[in-house]
Design a protein around this ligand. Structure first.
Ligand code: FAD
Ligand code: SF4
Length: 472
């Protein structure tokens, strides 16, 4: 079996000093070589492993034929945001996780190939706008029924793109001044350059979607008012942006951030471009990040790039249970992030000016499995110790954004505040409202949000075709 072609990266020593993208992408010959490893399996397990059913063997075959732009077009039949998915999807547990080649060796680098094709087409679009337009031009609108999409994260962008392709007149409303949701304010530049997001948003716009920023649905204008303005159906993709805290003493000290605030300051308010953008962000020399998901890894690696000397991840379970993508854990360790596993924070200690100066932690050991099926961490008595820190970032999860939900009468939610929506259609307790992404599932993945956006677009189409949404 041929060796898998690994994507080149910036060296750890270099990349921890800058915010440029870590993975550098394939050259055409590397992409063709890797694409040739694909067996073109008849049963296509990889397609089944992809939440949006990208025709993986078909686009890989086009790469072997050096038809790179056609490969991108093939992916876009199912996935409007391939340059993003190629970079941030957990392929190891999806398409690559079920690739036939993975049974005896390494699976095809499907994510890297997806990224390559998408980047190729994007570069082509930049050098030859006309050619690109012929590749991506939308079908002309047929139906002029108005549909509103609330939230411009991956769920909203996907629903909007699909609905526009179906011929609906789509308006998208975003509460922030910039589009993209977590893709903009959460995932850092070194994993997902903002220029890529801009291009993907431009593609969605090119399909005829009218994007309006700085509009908070539920505050600037209500869902009921959207109805009155003639929107026959509404898709809600408002995400999970409400940070959870640990509930331990000292969390209100200066120098303690939620990951949400920390990453938003750096990404959305461009602290990474200091001194060009002078966003106040105080990062000390010793940073502890609590949590072990993608958000925690992004926070830790961002802190390093902002000049911290020692950055550690504090996590109460073991490495096996860390929810972050494997690749990102490896990247973080290579860059010098320390993992303090089986360690739980008990309280944060401050100095006389109210700044955090220490974290009291206790060692944990794994006991019996808990409700999540993972072994429950149990404190080891007498193992308390204090870690000296001057910045703490709490990355232990996020809850649903509550505003729209609270202000929309009759919209059913579960006990966590997530909107209840039908899995097969995205329809909620209010028939003209559909929902998907993190606002329904709780914090999940980009591709799951996109899959939900697709499902809801089909659900909306069926609902409107049945005449229910447009009757007076
Ligand atoms: P969001 O992306 O949260 O977008 C929701 C949008 O709705 C936001 O722009 C918000 O401003 C807007 N909004 C909210 N309320 C309103 C309102 N009332 N009116 C108008 N607009 C509103 N997933 C992966 O697959 N791979 C990764 O590597 C990965 N890394 C991550 C790193 C970080 C730091 C974070 C925070 C998440 C990460 N995720 C990752 C998870 C992934 O980004 C989310 O699951 C995904 O973005 C959810 O998409 P969404 O469209 O449902 O919501
Ligand atoms: Fe190719 Fe792997 Fe998909 Fe088979 S499962 S078609 S080898 S990518």
């Amino acid at each position: 079996m041929r060796e898998r072609v690994e994507m080149p990266k910036q060296s750890p020593a270099l990349r921890r000093e800058n915010f440029n993208e870590v993975a550098l992408g394939f050259q055409p010959e590397q992409a063709v070589e890797e694409a040739r490893r694909c067996l073109q399996c008849k049963n296509q397990p990889c397609v089944g492993g992809c939440p949006v059913s990208v025709p993986i063997p078909d686009f890989i075959k086009l790469i072997t034929e050096e038809k790179f732009a056609e490969a991108a077009r093939k992916i876009k039949e199912k996935n409007a945001l391939p340059a993003i998915c190629g970079r941030v999807c957990p392929q190891e547990s999806q398409c690559e996780g079920v690739c036939t080649l993975g049974k005896k060796g390494k699976p095809v680098a499907i994510g890297s190939l997806e990224r390559f094709a998408a980047d190729w087409e994007r570069n082509l679009a930049m050098s030859d706008r006309q050619a690109a337009a012929s590749l991506t031009s939308p079908e002309p609108a047929k139906k002029r029924v108005k549909v509103a999409v609330v939230g411009s994260g991956p769920a909203g962008l996907t629903a909007a793109a699909d609905l526009a392709r179906m011929g609906y007149q789509v308006a998208m409303f975003e509460s922030l001044h910039a589009t993209g949701g977590v893709l903009r304010y959460g995932i850092p530049e070194f994993r997902l350059p903002k220029g890529i997001l801009e291009q993907e948003v431009a593609y969605v716009r090119s399909l005829g979607v009218d994007i309006q920023t700085n509009v908070i649905i539920g505050q600037t204008i209500s869902v009921e008012e959207l109805r009155t303005e003639g929107y026959a159906a509404i898709f809600v993709g408002t995400g999970a942006g409400l940070p959870y805290f640990l509930g331990i003493p000292g969390e209100n000290l200066n120098g303690v951030y939620s990951a949400n605030e920390f990453l938003t300051r750096v990404n959305l308010m461009k602290a990474y471009l200091f001194p060009e953008y002078d966003t106040p962000i105080q990062v000390g020399k010793r940073v502890a990040v609590v949590g072990a998901g993608n958000v925690a890894m992004d926070s830790a690696r961002t802190a390093l790039r902002l000049g911290a000397e020692e950055v550690s991840i504090v996590y109460r379970r073991s490495r096996e249970e860390m929810p972050a993508r494997h690749e990102e854990i490896e990247n973080a360790e290579e860059e010098g992030v320390q993992l303090r596993l089986l360690t739980n924070p008990a309280r944060l200690l401050g100095d006389d000016k109210g700044w955090v100066k220490g974290m009291e932690v206790i060692r944990m050991e794994l006991g019996e499995p808990d409700a999540s099926g993972r072994r429950r961490p149990v404190p080891v008595p007498g193992s308390e110790m204090v870690l000296p820190v001057d910045t703490v970032v709490i990355a232990v999860g996020q809850g649903p954004n509550p505003l729209l939900v609270k202000r929309t009468h009759g919209l059913s939610t579960n006990k966590h505040g997530n909107i209840q929506a039908d899995e097969a259609t995205g329809q909620t307790s209010l028939p003209y409202i559909f929902a998907g992404g993190d606002i329904v599932t709780g914090a999940a993945t980009v591709i799951a949000a996109m899959g939900a956006g697709k499902t809801a677009a089909r659900g909306i189409d069926d609902y409107l075709k049945s005449g229910k949404g447009t009757e007076k």
